[in-house]
Design a protein around this ligand. Structure first.
Ligand SMILES: [Zn+2]
Length: 466
C-alpha cells in the first residue's frame, strides 16, 4: 500500500523529477563519491600545517579496492608529507591522454573562525560543510569516483584518462604537486589537454545562470611592503614611526583601484552575461562588452567578482611589526596579494604601487617568482563537449568562456604546453562564494549534479570528442 501510494505520488507529481533522476549518477556511485569526499574533507591537508599524503593514500586505497592495478597507481612527492596521486585508466591509444587535475591541499581554517569544525564533513540544510568542500575536494573526489565507475561499466575510451590529485596548490611554495610532476614524472601526466578547477557554475537566487569554462586566469604577485626604522624608547615617540608609515601606505592602497578594462575573454563573458541577466544591469553589461568606462564603474560596484574580472586587484593580507610593547618599532611589514590581469606586467603593478604608496620609507618588493601562463586555445572539441554535457544536465543553461579571478595549477600546465580548461559544473551562488573563507560549503544537489556532468563530459572528450 505504501509502495503503491508512493509510486502514484511519484507518477502524478514528479515527471520533472523523473527526468532529473535519469541525469543523476546511480545511487551506489553517488554514495561512493560522497564517501570519498567526506574522507578527503576530514584530512587536515592545510597548506602550511597539514599533509596531503593521507588524501593520496585514501584515493589509492579506493582505486585498488575497485581493481586498479598497482602499476597504474603512483603515490609520491618531494617529501613524505606532500604526496601526489596519479592514476591511469587505459584507452585504446587512438588519441593522446586527457588529464583530470584537482588539488589535495586546502587553505588553513581555524576552528574559532568557523561556526563548526572545518575538518568535520557535515551535511546540514541542503549543504555539505567543511574546508575544501568547494575548493577543491569535490572535484578530487568526483574524479576518483567517476574513474571507478568507468572501470565498473567497462567504458573503452579512445585515450587514456589520467587523474592527478596534487599537493600545495594554495599559496605556491616549493612542493607544488603538478609543478613537481611536470619536472620529475612528466610521462605520468603528459596529456593532450587537461581539465581542472577554475570554472564553476554561477547561480543567483537559486537560478542557474551560466556554466563557466575557464580558459585564462589572473596571475598572482605577492609584494612585501616593509618599513625599517632605528626605533627607540616608546616614552619618547617621534613622528617617523615604522608602523605609521606602513599604516599610511595601506590606507592609501585601500582607497585605490586599478583601471577598469576588458580583454577578449572578459568582453565575451560580459557579452554573454548581458543576454543572461535581466533588469537594468543587463544594459550596463552589454556596454561593458563594448568598452564603456561608465558601465564598467557601475558593474564593478554592483559585484565583487565582476570588479575582480575588470581590473587587477591588490589587497593587504598579512601584517607584522614591532618587537616590544615599550619600544618604537624597528620593523613594520605587510603582505600585499595582487591578482593581476594577464595583460598587466609585474613592472606595471609594482610601479603603480609605488605611486599609490607615495612614501619612499616603504620598500615594495616582489616575493617569489610570479608565474604567468598563456591562455588556452578555445578548442572546438572542448567547447562543444562542455556545451553538450551542460545541455544534458541543465537544458538551456549557457556555457560562458571566462577568465578566472584566482590563479590555479592550470598555469603550470599551460606553461608546459598542455592546454588546461577550468570546468566543474558545481554551481555556487555568485554572491556567496566561500572558497578560502569561513563555513565553506557545497550544495548537496549541486555536488551530485556536478558528478553527473563531469562523468558525461569526460566520457565525451575521452571518446575523442564524440
Ligand atoms: Zn583551488
Amino acid at each position: 500500500m505504501l509502495r503503491t501510494l508512493s509510486i502514484l505520488f511519484f507518477l502524478s507529481l514528479s515527471w520533472a523529477l523523473i527526468a532529473d533522476a535519469e541525469t543523476m549518477p546511480p545511487a551506489a556511485d553517488k554514495q561512493l563519491a560522497h564517501d570519498i569526499y567526506k574522507e578527503f574533507v576530514e584530512v587536515q591537508s592545510g597548506f602550511t600545517t597539514g599533509s596531503t599524503t593521507p588524501v593520496a593514500e585514501a584515493a589509492a586505497a579506493h582505486l585498488k579496492a575497485a581493481g586498479f592495478p598497482d602499476s597504474d597507481i603512483f603515490v609520491g612527492g618531494p617529501n613524505p608529507k606532500k604526496a601526489n596521486l596519479v592514476v591511469r585508466y587505459h584507452g585504446s591509444g587512438a588519441a593522446r591522454p586527457i588529464l583530470l587535475l584537482a588539488h589535495e591541499d586546502v587553505v588553513e581554517a581555524k576552528r574559532e573562525d568557523w561556526t563548526m569544525d572545518p575538518f568535520q564533513f557535515v551535511e546540514n540544510g541542503g549543504y555539505f560543510y567543511g574546508r575544501g568542500t568547494g575548493d577543491d575536494k569535490a572535484q578530487a573526489a568526483v574524479w576518483i569516483a567517476n574513474l571507478i565507475r568507468y572501470k565498473r561499466e567497462g567504458f573503452k575510451p579512445d585515450r587514456d584518462i589520467i587523474v592527478a590529485l596534487t599537493a600545495d596548490e594554495e599559496g605556491g611554495g616549493p612542493f607544488n604537486g603538478i609543478d613537481w610532476l611536470i619536472k620529475n614524472h612528466r610521462n605520468l601526466i603528459d596529456a593532450e589537454l587537461a581539465l581542472n578547477e577554475g570554472g564553476w557554475g554561477e547561480s543567483s537566487g537559486g537560478k542557474k545562470i551560466s556554466n563557466d569554462l575557464q580558459v585564462s586566469e589572473k596571475y598572482v604577485i605577492n609584494f612585501r611592503f616593509e618599513v625599517r626604522n632605528k626605533g627607540g624608547h616608546s616614552s619618547i615617540p617621534v613622528a617617523d614611526n615604522a608602523i605609521y608609515h606602513l599604516a599610511g601606505a595601506l590606507d592609501r592602497l585601500s582607497r585605490f583601484g586599478f583601471p577598469l578594462k576588458t580583454n577578449e575573454v572578459t568582453a565575451a563573458y560580459f557579452g554573454q552575461m548581458a543576454k543572461i541577466e535581466t533588469g537594468p544591469i543587463a544594459a550596463d553589461l552589454a556596454k561593458v562588452a563594448e568598452g564603456s568606462q561608465d558601465a564598467m564603474e557601475k558593474v564593478a560596484a554592483a559585484s565583487p567578482p565582476w570588479n575582480a574580472t575588470l581590473r587587477t586587484t591588490c589587497v593587504a593580507t598579512e601584517l607584522e611589526g614591532g618587537h616590544a610593547k615599550n619600544a618604537l618599532p624597528q620593523l613594520a611589514a605587510a603582505t600585499v596579494n595582487c591578482r593581476v590581469l594577464p595583460e598587466d606586467s609585474v613592472e606595471y603593478v609594482q610601479s603603480t604601487l609605488h605611486k599609490v604608496v607615495a612614501d619612499d620609507q616603504v620598500s615594495i618588493t616582489v616575493v617569489g617568482n610570479p608565474g604567468k601562463g598563456p591562455a588556452s586555445p578555445l578548442r572546438p572539441d572542448v567547447v562543444n563537449a562542455v556545451k553538450r554535457a551542460t545541455g544534458l544536465e541543465w537544458p538551456g543553461v549557457p556555457v560562458v568562456p571566462m577568465m578566472v579571478m584566482g590563479a590555479t595549477d592550470g598555469m603550470y600546465l599551460r606553461e608546459a604546453g598542455i592546454p588546461c580548461y577550468g570546468i566543474q559544473g558545481f554551481f555556487f551562488d555568485r554572491n556567496d562564494i566561500r572558497f578560502h573563507g569561513r563555513d565553506e560549503r557545497m550544495g548537496v544537489q549541486e555536488f551530485y549534479e556536478g558528478q553527473a556532468f563531469l562523468y558525461e563530459l569526460v566520457k565525451m572528450l575521452a571518446r575523442n570528442g564524440q
